[in-house]
Ligand binder design. Structure first.
Ligand SMILES: [Zn+2]
Length: 231
């Protein structure tokens, strides 16, 4: 399981930018508090591909990335220059038999952004936590690097093991999006917007299956007291 770079590379994605303050703390992360900058999705055109991470050798149909930065820095742009400035959370998505009711509002918003450059006001924050995997305690963690010089190891990755399930029809909403704009002569699907698996390069990947960290996800308030020390 590996990844390395948080999409500062040029790849088309479904991206939600947040204009409210959502913060995450705890979870054994080194910083006190991380502010959510954006959420985006990678997905495949067919089964068994789409996720950027592979867990136990398995690729999933899609993977969400919740990108956050350490609030000791005033902005995302500043945080990205610092070691441990970013924390990115990965969640796997697999196909299931039933519609996931928690994704319904979100996916109807996604349908409004069919083409490149389209945007929509998403019905957040009500559903942000609904979009994430349900078991925050079971995760892999490793440090990733940016490919640009001078800023190695700026990302702390947390990859949740418990996938979110969507029906085939719901995955189809992602698969029916286009990389091209509305007036393009040839429509190019956005699907397969994932990077191939990257080599581990001797990185230390930790697995926390003990649920021994306390997480605090506050998607309603911008200010939180620091969480207790988590060891
Ligand atoms: Zn990503």
């Amino acid at each position: 399981m590996d990844h390395g770079v948080p999409h500062l590379h040029l790849i088309s994605i479904v991206q939600i930018n947040f204009n409210q303050d959502f913060v995450i703390s705890g979870g054994g992360l080194p910083g006190t508090q991380y502010k959510v900058a954006q959420l985006h999705y990678h997905f495949g055109s067919t089964y068994g591909q789409g996720s950027e991470h592979a867990l136990d050798g398995r690729h999933y149909e899609a993977e969400m990335h919740l990108v956050t930065y350490d609030t000791q820095y005033p902005s995302f742009a500043e945080a990205v220059k610092h070691k441990d400035g970013l924390a990115v959370f990965g969640g796997m998505i697999e196909v299931g038999l039933f519609d996931n009711a928690l994704y319904e509002d979100f996916l109807s918003d996604v349908e409004d952004i069919e083409y490149k450059g389209d945007s929509s006001d998403f019905s957040l924050p009500c559903c942000l936590v609904d979009l994430l995997p349900k078991d925050f305690g079971d995760f892999y963690r490793y440090r990733g690097s940016l490919t640009t010089p001078h800023c190695n190891e700026v990302v702390i990755w947390t990859v949740w093991r418990t996938p979110v399930r969507l029906s085939a029809g719901q995955l189809g909403v992602f698969r029916s999006l286009y990389h091209t704009d509305e007036n393009a002569v040839t429509e190019e699907p956005l699907a397969n917007n994932y990077r191939p698996l990257q080599p581990v390069n001797g990185r230390d990947i930790q697995y926390n299956g003990e649920h021994n960290y306390r997480w605090v996800l506050d998607f309603e308030h911008s200010l939180l007291p620091p969480p207790p020390i988590d060891d």
